[in-house]
Design a protein around this ligand. Structure first.
Ligand code: PGA
Length: 227
């Protein structure tokens, strides 16, 4: 059975005090959570926390040494180091994180990220040994062969409370060209602790990308427990 990835996407939420509070509560709750602890010990689950750039160092330091928990960025630049004011490169991120979300639909729509940018980002992630979590909105979006994981996030399901039922996700999966069976297939869009188990029980969905429900450590861990 493939390991399950439970990914927290905090998006542009949380001020410094919120991050500190989340980390404190996460560490305390995780220590007491025997179900999640057992899943981690048996290498059945990995938790990937993706904060905004300013918190990468802090989150990475706070989680160092905690088995089964790692850090990811929410995007990277499509450029290498150089004169690109405001950009954060794969090389920079690699000092603090082991994964990166690429092509989230919010980046595609609000920041006009195009396939050519995403292709470069996946390549740069690979070059700097970052695992890329490539988000696709549907069969219209390309799947790059170097992507480490593919996250299917139907736009209408994101932040709407209208999660796509697990059976429908499994049906959709069959339509995606270039989806390699050996790489984890993730679902994202309004997943809650109540619905998470239905996806992970299919055997076809190897992880979940969690927005709103990841903002509280308690609900994030409740989702992890359903793996
Ligand atoms: P949501 O976000 O869980 O709040 O719907 C998921 C995502 O956009 O990754």
């Amino acid at each position: 059975m493939m390991k399950k990835y439970i990914i927290a996407n905090w998006k542009a939420n949380k001020i410094p005090s919120d991050v500190q509070e989340w980390l404190t509560s996460f560490r305390t709750l995780l220590e007491q959570h025997t179900v999640v602890q057992n899943l981690i010990t048996q290498d059945k689950v990995e938790l990937i926390i993706c904060p905004s750039f300013p918190y990468l160092a802090q989150v990475s330091q706070a989680l160092t040494g905690i088995q089964g928990v790692s850090v990811g960025a929410q995007t990277i630049s499509s450029f290498e180091r150089g004169s690109y004011t405001g950009e954060v490169t794969a090389e920079q991120v690699a000092g603090f994180a082991t994964s990166v979300i690429i092509g989230h639909s919010e980046r595609r729509s609000h920041f006009h990220e195009a396939e050519e940018d995403l292709e470069k980002k996946v390549e740069l992630a690979t070059q700097y040994s970052l695992r890329s979590i490539l988000c696709i909105r549907g069969a219209e979006d390309r799947i790059y062969s170097h992507a480490t994981m593919v996250a299917y996030e139907p736009v209408e399901a994101i932040g709407s409370g209208q999660n796509m039922p697990a059976e429908e996700v499994v049906e959709k999966k069959k339509t995606f060209q270039g989806l390699n069976e050996s790489i984890p297939f993730i679902y994202g869009g309004s997943v809650t602790p109540e619905s998470s188990g239905t996806y992970l029980a299919t055997g076809e969905i190897h992880g979940l990308l969690i927005g709103s429900a990841s903002l509280k450590a308690e609900s994030f861990l409740a989702i992890a427990a359903t793996a």
